[in-house]
Write a protein that binds this ligand. Structure first.
Ligand code: S3P
Length: 453
């Protein structure tokens, strides 16, 4: 058996939050192993434009996404009005979470994005912020199948005095939850957010290490594991504002499990292969893809390590025969960014995989149901889509094809992994987007290709 040890880039979600909380806390925050991908650069530039000094203290090489930085926090209301609109590129996380912080500042600002970001729905954060008393608006457009008009970037926000709310979110979204909790830091009283299934809790964990007390209700973690409708309970989290954040001094960011997922699936499908992925974040709100793959028969084991911020450890994957499974909406939430590569795994599994509650995939960097289904069908896959449900008939013979990234990093990487395990030519156009989360992906893929051929 051939073995390879790899390191994946630092976690994108945690990297954004470390910069954001470091910027508005009192004191200096040293962030070790920060992802230096395109989206994180946008977050850094946005805070620099608002007067925060952020130094890049160690950058191993221009191609290496792992950097150390120092953020000189300006305090909760210390940000300055930027000279012009903040351009956030393709970063949906910055566009949706940053307004929570801007809601508490004493100036107005416009947030803009690229063509893809300008098509991403923002009503989910605009409505709760309006309830908190924030003056915020965006471009209102009618969308097919939705009664009320949707709101899109550019977004204009006038920060100021705001009031707390209790928000009951219909969708499980960490971006929505984070935006409201961060706005709640500036409001006097209790701000709470409930959601149908607990979304990733990086903001809550990071707020705690910045000295904020939060209360979380136990419900809603994995509803499919509950015994019946009666013990299904929404997941909730609350904090009492106003809060002043204090820098914890040093934060170390683990590897991104969403990036690791590409090589975990490759390791499952490639025969006689063992892939060890070092220091990957293993937060249970993020490890849905590992649970799904194990259910499919994958041979995955862990070497966990202790950390005060986030659980993390090494992941060891060996080749195994995968079988089709049923994936529930709660599992989709915990694997939301890994669903494209799970669709690839489903094509290689024996039998049928049914994915329920996949609707949120339609509003990512691209419509990921459309991008993945179109691409995989071009390779000969058999997939049926009905509303929010996908049915993949695995084990069909697949062949090479010319496909598109649709400008989406995870579609691009998923298709390249499909090409790697098939050992046939998959030409993927538009690979620049990979730098959003995984600079160095192509080199790592090549290392594994050389080992297997
Ligand atoms: C993210 C939350 C998820 C995820 C995105 C990053 C975050 O989005 O898809 O890539 O960092 O909070 P939703 O909150 O829309 O589910």
């Amino acid at each position: 058996m051939k073995a390879i040890k790899i390191v994946v880039p630092p976690d994108k979600s945690i990297s954004h939050r470390a910069i954001m909380l470091g910027s508005i806390s009192k004191g200096t925050t040293r962030i070790k192993n920060l992802l230096m991908g395109d989206d994180i650069r946008r977050t850094i530039e946005a805070f620099r434009a608002m007067g925060v000094s952020i130094e890049i203290t160690s950058s191993p090489s221009s191609a290496d996404p792992r950097n150390d930085i120092v953020v000189h926090g300006v305090g909760m209301r210390g940000l300055k009005k930027p000279g012009k609109a903040l351009y956030l590129g393709n970063s949906g996380t910055t566009m949706r979470i940053l307004p929570g912080i801007l809601a508490g500042q004493d100036f107005e600002v416009v947030l803009k994005g690229d063509t893809s970001l300008s098509k991403r729905p923002m009503r989910r954060i605009v409505e709760p912020l309006v309830k908190m008393g924030v003056r915020i608006s965006g471009k209102r457009l009618k969308v097919k199948g939705i009664k009320e008009k949707e709101i899109f970037p550019p977004i204009e926000i006038h920060g100021g005095r705001i009031k707390p709310i209790r928000h009951n979110s219909k969708i499980a979204s960490a971006q929505v939850k984070s935006c409201i909790l961060l706005a709640g830091l500036f409001a006097k009283g209790i701000t709470s957010v409930t959601e149908p299934v607990r979304s990733r809790d990086h903001t809550e964990r990071m707020l705690r290490i910045f000295g904020c007390r939060l209360k979380a209700s136990p419900g809603g973690v994995y509803p499919e594991q509950s015994r019946g409708a009666r013990d299904r309970q929404d997941s909730g989290v609350s904090l009492r504002g106003p809060v002043r954040l204090r820098s914890p001094q040093t934060i170390e960011i683990p590897g991104d499990v969403s990036s690791a997922a590409f090589f975990i699936v490759a390791g499952c499908i490639l025969p006689d292969m063992k892939i060890i992925i070092k220091n990957v974040g293993l937060n249970p709100t993020r490890t849905g893809s590992l649970d799904i793959l194990k259910k499919m028969g994958a041979d995955i084991s862990f070497r966990p390590r202790a950390s005060s911020l986030e659980p993390y450890g090494d992941i060891i994957v060996k080749g195994a025969d995968l079988k089709g499974v049923r994936i529930s909406p709660g599992e989709v939430v915990r694997a939301i960014d890994e669903m494209p590569i799970i669709m690839v795994a489903a094509c290689f599994a024996k039998g049928v995989t049914v994915i329920h509650g996949a609707g949120e995939l339609r509003v990512k960097e691209t419509d990921r149901i459309n991008s993945m289904v179109t691409n995989l069908k071009k390779m000969g896959a058999e997939i049926e889509v009905k509303g929010e449900r996908l049915k993949v008939r695995g084990g069909r013979p697949l062949h090479g094809a010319r496909v598109s990234s649709y400008g989406d990093h995870r579609t691009a990487m998923s298709m390249l992994v499909a090409g790697l395990v098939l050992k046939c030519r998959i030409k993927v156009t538009g690979l620049g987007c990979i730098n959003k989360s995984f600079p160095g992906f192509l080199d790592l893929l090549e290392d594994i290709r050389l080992l297997t051929h």
